[in-house]
Structure formats: C-alpha cells, structure tokens
Write a protein of this length. Structure first.
Length: 254
C-alpha cells in the first residue's frame, strides 16, 4: 500500500532525510518513531504530497506520488498534528464540505458523511459547532475528515497529543477499529507518527524508527519486545548513540 524508495530531503546544507526506504502492506499499523528533528514530519509531508523530496520515489496504493499525484492523494487520509478544522462550522457541515473537496460524488456524499460519523463516534453530535467540542471530540472530527472519502491509507501525525487518559483510550480504540473493522468496513493501512511509545505498543504491529534522518529500526513490535524488552529501552539506546553504533544496536534488535 505504501512504498518509499530511497527518499532524501535536503534543505540547503541540512540533510533532513537520508536515503530512507520502507514499505507498508495492506492492513498494517506501523508506528513511525523518532526524536524531535529526526525527520518524521518531513517524511509525513512527502508521503502526503505536501512536500517534494530531493531524491527518491514513493507509491501510494500503486499510484506514483510524483507522476500521478491526484490519484495518490485520493488514496490517502491525512491527519496533521493540528487538524484542519473550522471551529465555526458544525460537524456534519464540515464533513460534507471536506467530502466535496476530496471528490466524493454528490450522490454518495450523504452516505460517506454518515459512515464517517458512525465510525468516529460522532453520530450524536452532527449539529454541534466544532469550536464547542472537547479536544477529544475535535480529534475525532479530525480523523473523520481523514476517512470521509474512504481512503485505503491513513497517515496520522500525533493523533492523541494533548488528550486526557480517557480520550486517549477512546482514540486508540477508534484506530484499532479502523485497522480491523467489523464486517463490511474498509480496512485501512495506517502509519502512526507519535512520541508516545505506549501508544505504539498498544496499537501498532510494526515499528520504523528514524534518527538523524536515517532509518535505524524496521521490525515487528513483537520481535523488538521479545523476552519482556521495552520499546522505550530500544528507543533510548538507538537515539542516544552515534549513528554507526545506533545502526549496530538496531540490527541486533536490542
């Protein structure tokens, strides 16, 4: 569903991403980790078509992101760290507006909005003004706008940032349902970028960790936490070492 091949991004003398490659299969939920400044947000912006790479290619659901950008973008639902909400609009009106922007045909628009409301637990607040909702519910609206056009791929940047423990649990449950829906629902492939390692342990099956613009770890979560190991320990050991030593630690899986 997602293929990134030798992606690099340079800003003048700064190499933000250095030859990063990975793929994500249908239905996978991948935690995309790294310390501040590692290049996570840059990669998210490249994969969603908001930022061109200096080198490399990417494909989303079989569409080349740079040769066929419209088809690739239609296959993506994106939740940035600050959701693109209009606080003066009501929930249903906003989702209808987003569905229009994302090319959902008029005859299918009402059904698409209703499905997004149901899947995100918003059916009881369709007429509520977004600005009057709690932060947890605003995050739900942000996820709803990402899935209203029913894309096969979701890219979520810090979806639970600033939420309280109850709201975090609710959003985690929602993401789990999107990755493994009930019969008839679309199974979404998800890349989750977050600083919350407990969130990755609770939701993700696989971890990609980048540091200093380079991929350091790409392995199943079960393998990384085998024998009672903690993801926090691996994260610390990889990111606190020099690049060559960090690569050796990551390859050793410890």
């Amino acid at each position: 569903m997602i293929e990134a091949e030798r992606i690099s991004k340079r800003y003048g003398d700064l190499l933000a991403l250095d030859d990063v490659s990975f793929s994500v299969e249908q239905g996978e939920v991948v935690g995309f980790l790294g310390p501040n400044g590692a290049g996570k947000t840059t990669m998210m912006r490249i994969l969603t078509g908001f930022l061109p790479p200096t080198d490399g290619t990417a494909r989303i659901a079989g569409h080349d992101l740079f040769r066929d950008p419209l088809a690739a973008r239609r296959a993506i639902g994106y939740l940035p760290e600050s959701p693109p909400l209009y606080p003066e609009m009501d929930v249903e009106g906003y989702l209808r507006y987003v569905a229009t922007l994302k090319g959902v045909p008029r005859r299918e628009r009402s059904g698409a909005v209703e499905r997004a409301l149901v899947r995100c637990g918003l059916s009881h607040v369709p007429r509520r003004v977004i600005g009057a909702l709690s932060k947890g519910y605003r995050q739900r609206v942000g996820i709803a706008q990402a899935i209203v056009h029913d894309p096969p791929v979701l890219i979520l940047d810090e979806p639970t940032i600033g939420l309280d423990p109850v709201q975090i649990r609710e959003i985690r449950g929602l993401l789990a349902e999107l990755a493994a829906p009930k019969e008839g629902g679309t199974q979404h492939t998800i890349i989750l970028s977050t600083h919350m390692l407990a969130e990755v342990e609770a939701i993700c099956r696989r971890v990609i960790l980048i540091h200093n613009g380079r991929k350091r770890v790409d392995a199943p979560l079960a393998e990384l936490t085998r024998g009672g190991a903690r993801l926090e320990e691996l994260f610390t050991r990889v990111t606190m070492r020099e690049p060559d030593e960090a690569s050796a630690v990551a390859e050793a899986g410890a």
